[in-house]
Structures are given as C-alpha cells and as structure tokens.
Design a protein around this ligand. Structure first.
Ligand code: FAD
Length: 413
C-alpha cells in the first residue's frame, strides 16, 4: 500500500475507533454522555501513546512531522473533550469532587481517576499553553507521564465503569487497549535499550565547521537506506537519549552514512566526546523533506542558515541544486565548502559577523532578488534558525511566491 493510503488508513482507524463508542449514546442522558466522553478520552490517550511510538507509526508513514501534527491536534483538543467527563459524572452521581475517600472500591476507582486527570491537566497545560516557554527536555520529561496516565485511566475505567463490569464488546475492546498499551510500552523500552535500532560503528570524525562534528559510520549488520534529505535518530549509548539529525552523506554501496552535528546543548555537545571505534544506535530513516526535488519542475533555490545546510549536502553532491544562499556567522561556520564549490549551484553567502572590513549581511528576499529575478518562478527550500526561517518565508509570501513553492524543515519535532 502506498504511503499516501497508509496515512489515510491511520486517520480512518483513529476516527472509527471513536465512532465505535457511539452506540452508548442510543439513550442520551447526562450519565451516558459522560461515560461516552470518558471512553473517547481513554481511546484518544491510547492513540497518543501509539503515535508516540516510532516502531508503530513507521508502519503508516516516515513523515514524523505529520504524525507530530496529529499528536499535537489530538493532545490539544482531545483534552477539552475529556474535561467534560468528570463534570458530567460528578453531576450524574451527585459526587463530592473534593472527597478523597478510599473506603470502597468505587471510591478508590474515582481517586485513581482524579490522579490521572490531574496529571493529564499538567501535561496539557505544559504542552498547549507553556510549550514555547519551557526548556525542551523538561517539557519532554513531563510528557512521558502519558505512559503512567493510560494505565491509571484503564484501572479507573475497570473499577468504576458500569459498561465494563459485564462481558461485552466494550469490555473486550478496552481489554484490547490495555494489552496493546503493554505491547507499545515494551516496544518503547526495547527502543530505549537500542535493541530495535541499527548498530553502526564510528569510523572517522572530522570538523567541517566551527562546533560541528561529522561522524562517519559503517553498519554492523542491518543498514538503513535513506533518501536525500532524510534524518534518523542518533543514540550514543544503550538506555541513553536519541535525538534526530539529518543524514548528511550516504554511500549506497558500503552503507556508510554521516551525521554533521552542531554542539548547541547538552546532548549534541556530549557527542563530540565519541571516539572512532565506538558503536552507536541509529533509528530511521524518517522524513519527507526535499522529496519534491526528485521531480522538480522549477529551478531550485536553497536558503540555508548555519547547520541547516545538512538536508541539502547530498543534493549538492548530486548536482541537483541551482542556487544556494547560505547564511552563517563567520567563514568558519560555513560547512562543506568543497562540496558546495564542486556542485553546480550558484553560491551566495551572507555573514552576520564578517571580518572587520566587511559589512554584516543576512539572507533576505532583497538579498536574493539581487541575484535572481521573478522569485515566483522558483522552488524554495528553507532550513535554518527559526527566526531566519520565519522572516524569509514571510518575505517570500509577501512577494507572491505561492506557499506550495516554499518548502521548510524545522530542526525541532
Ligand atoms: C528533522 C531534524 C533534523 C535535524 N538535523 C540536524 C543536523 O543535521 N545537525 C544538527 O546539528 N542538528 C540537527 N537537528 C537538531 C538537533 O536535533 C538538536 O540540535 C539537538 O537534538 C539538540 O539537543 P541538545 O540536548 O544538544 O540541545 P537542547 O538545548 O536540549 O535542544 C535545543 C533544541 O533542539 C530541539 N531538540 C532537542 N532535543 C530534541 C529531540 N530529541 N527531538 C527533536 N528536537 C529536539 C528543541 O527544539 C530544543 O529547543 C535536527 C532536528 C530535526 C528535528
């Protein structure tokens, strides 16, 4: 099945899993609506866990940004639905929302539900409201509470849910959710252990630009075959973190691949200590960025900022790029000058902190217009720091370049 159909299949599966609870509304009452919302909420949180598992979602697509969009949408709006569940249940059973009694099984079940709901509210607030103000890794750690919330909600549902007390389709289905949650969790742990990832050995390291380390890796066993512009997760040790990096070079014959990693924070800086001979774990390939370059109709213009050059290196090597506008701080921040000069691309650079006798320059639409006329006749590929990307995209749109001719990749998932 083509990737496009698989994406549609995933959407259909999500929607039909929710529609399956509709029979509960055959006799609409405050209680029945409350129970329906509770089960829909449970189902949505199950989907959040499933969509967070790369081993599972790669069955549907390698477009992790698309998966991420669905994950964000479900997370943001799903909670607003779930919010009505406790309200309706409190009203239906005339419960005291401030009671923390544990004297009966029902009380215990309700308390578990309250704990799960509070955790969910914290994650929702951190993601939907505070996301841009929180340090990325703290937000990520908080997000992992999702793995605790689902079993708590399942426990809550089995203890208090009147629909789950008797054997029937709903009980069977929720049991299926519990089992598949167990499988997803096991896969996630295997992933973390490096077991499900491809093993690669570092054969060479070099410094193509300031604070950038290139790691050349050869496969030990199973190798990945990335298309140009794709990325993979790089994990330096078992039970360690895995971060996404573009595969900047690839040799089809040997399977050798390279990552060019800029030290920007704790993880990327720690990688500079890796030595030749060490084994790392690679999960990929993912991504669809630059896919349009394969069947390009218009001349291609690359706008890269700093380490944002990496998705284009293999395209430059293949001589498929017409124009390259590269913004960096200094000449030492320009990576892979040799690849650039031996490509067929017309190359223009802008240095924001040039040597003393030059003026600072930035890649702007005006800067580009000095080299090419009629921007609407080109396809643009933009990758770099968020501020630069936002500004240049705004400027291109203001100059009537159709959005479908502007392709971007942000280095944050
Ligand atoms: C598709 C993609 C391709 C990338 N390609 C490259 C590349 O070729 N070379 C390169 O140097 N960098 C690349 N990056 C960026 C790289 O992933 C981050 O710089 C790195 O993960 C930062 O981690 P840190 O702990 O060093 O810094 P932090 O200070 O923890 O993070 C800096 C920023 O990086 C992002 N980030 C951090 N961790 C992750 C993560 N696990 N998943 C997604 N985003 C994260 C967040 O936006 C965060 O604010 C790419 C990112 C993405 C999403």
């Amino acid at each position: 099945m083509s990737w496009g159909y698989r994406k549609i299949l995933l959407i259909v599966l999500i929607i039909s899993s929710l529609v399956a609870y509709l029979p509960l509304l055959s006799e609409p009452s405050r209680l029945n609506i409350g129970q329906f919302i509770g089960l829909v909420g449970l189902q949505l949180i199950w989907w959040q866990i499933i969509l967070g598992d790369r081993q599972i979602n790669r069955l549907f697509t390698d477009d992790l940004f698309w998966i991420n969009k669905i994950h964000k949408f479900v997370g943001k709006y799903g909670f607003l639905i779930i919010f009505f569940h406790p309200i309706l249940m409190v009203l239906s059973y005339e419960l005291n929302p401030l009671s923390f009694s544990t004297s009966t099984t029902l009380d215990k079940g309700i308390l578990i539900g309250k704990v799960a709901f509070s955790l969910l509210a914290i994650i929702w607030f951190a993601s939907a409201i505070l996301r841009d103000r929180l340090v990325w890794r703290w937000w990520k750690r908080l997000h992992l509470f999702g793995y605790v919330i689902l079993p708590l909600l399942l426990l809550h549902a089995f203890k208090v849910g009147s629909d789950l007390k008797d054997p029937g389709l709903i009980r069977l289905w929720v049991s299926f959710l519990a089992i598949t949650y167990g499988i997803a969790l096991t896969l996630r742990l295997l992933d973390w252990s490096g077991f499900t990832k491809s093993k690669y050995k570092i054969v060479k390291t070099s410094l193509p630009a300031k604070n950038v380390t290139r790691f050349q890796l050869i496969p030990i066993g199973e190798k990945i075959v990335p298309r140009r512009g794709q990325f993979a997760y790089f994990q330096a040790k078992r039970f360690g973190q895995a971060h996404p990096f573009t595969i900047s070079h690839f040799d089809k014959k040997s399977g050798e691949l390279s990552f060019s990693i800029k030290a920007v924070g704790p993880y990327s800086s720690s990688l500079a200590n890796l030595k030749v001979g060490e084994v790392v774990f690679i999960d990929g390939p993912f991504g669809i960025y630059t896919r349009e370059l394969e069947k390009k109709h218009k001349p291609s213009v690359i706008i890269a900022g700093g380490i944002g050059i990496t998705p284009f290196i293999r395209w430059l090597q293949a001589k498929k790029i017409d124009y390259l506008f590269y913004g960096a701080r200094t000449n030492e921040d320009i990576a892979y000058s040799k690849v650039i000069s031996s490509s067929k691309a017309k190359f223009y650079k802008a240095l924001s902190e040039p040597s003393s006798n030059e003026k600072p320059a930035f890649i702007t639409a005006r800067f580009i217009e000095k080299q090419i006329d009629n921007l609407v006749d080109y396809d643009f590929y933009v990758c770099g720091p968020p501020v630069m990307m936002n500004k240049i995209c705004e400027e291109l749109i203001a100059r009537k370049v159709p959005k479908k001719q502007i392709h971007t990749e942000r280095f944050s998932l």
